[in-house]
Design a protein around this ligand. Sequence first.
Ligand code: PEP
Ligand code: MN
Length: 342
Amino acid sequence: MTNPIYIVGPCSAESREQVLRTAKELAAVSRALGVPFIFRAGVWKARTSPRTYQGAGEEALAWLSEVKQQFGMDVATEVATPEHVEAALKAGIDYLWIGARSSANPIAVEAISRQLSAISYKPKAVLIKNPVNADAGLWLGNIERLEKTGVKVMSIHRGCNHQPCWKMAHEVRLARPDIPMLLDPSHMSGDAAQVPVLMSKVEELGLDGAMIEVHCCPKEALSDNAQQITPTCLRDTLDPIACRLRVVSVFYPSDGSEELNWLRAEIDELDERLWDTIAARMDVSKRIGEWKKAHGVAPLQPERYQEIVERIKSKVESHNVETDFALRLFDLIHEQSLKEQE
Ligand code: PEP
Ligand code: MN
């Protein structure tokens, strides 16, 4: 893998000035690093609340055309309907992406695919994000729907609920190693501080690049302001990768350790969930402790303890986990729980 794809730019096109200023700063970073950028900006925003910024609409497509003309960068925007596809392609947008909310709706993806097949203007590629729910099958199905159009298809792993879903992404990677996969560390974390950290995964997992939200003034952004980074931060994040690529011209690692790194990413994700679950359990346990105290009930209730032990025994059987190990682990958790209650 020699040429990582970087799609960078603001979450939303907010004004001509904001788009051109961000593009100008990104064009300078691109020149400084010697790495080409595709400039992104959302024009139609699929937001959770109707009371938040909904995007500038069709008018903003002209601002993206100006970016192309002034700075020579290819441009990308999100489409959610056949009408968006037509308007974007007629305005000369080079790359289209389908967002996580649309990706959760196969009928929407089918309608977009039909339009891509019918229209004579073609994008250089169409990118499909993972659906908002961790459904590898639907993500793969959407890749297939888009492939029928003859347009080049790429995928974007943006995670679910501001968490990565490495298991889902690994499944898609293994099923379709021929489809380039980009990482979207911005929507994956929802946190600008996490974006540079997550970028290490691009190399470790042998991904094909990244889509990163970059805004000239993140604090003032009208959407996703907590996760957008500045062009300077992007430069500092990509600089070590660009340097390595210039020296050895391949992504690290090139020794086949990607597969191990994928499995480690999966296990880190599971550990993360394990700790979240343990923390949530301790929290409920404390509330139970307060109730028991208020009602004069002792923290340890032997019949309740026995009931849980029996449930664990039947549960682990179907999970292929050793009963002895499961009970020892539960005893540790239970002991801590009682300690907290006392
Ligand atoms: C976006 O890229 O701005 C966007 C809306 O992403 P997602 O569909 O991943 O939420
Ligand atoms: Mn966004």
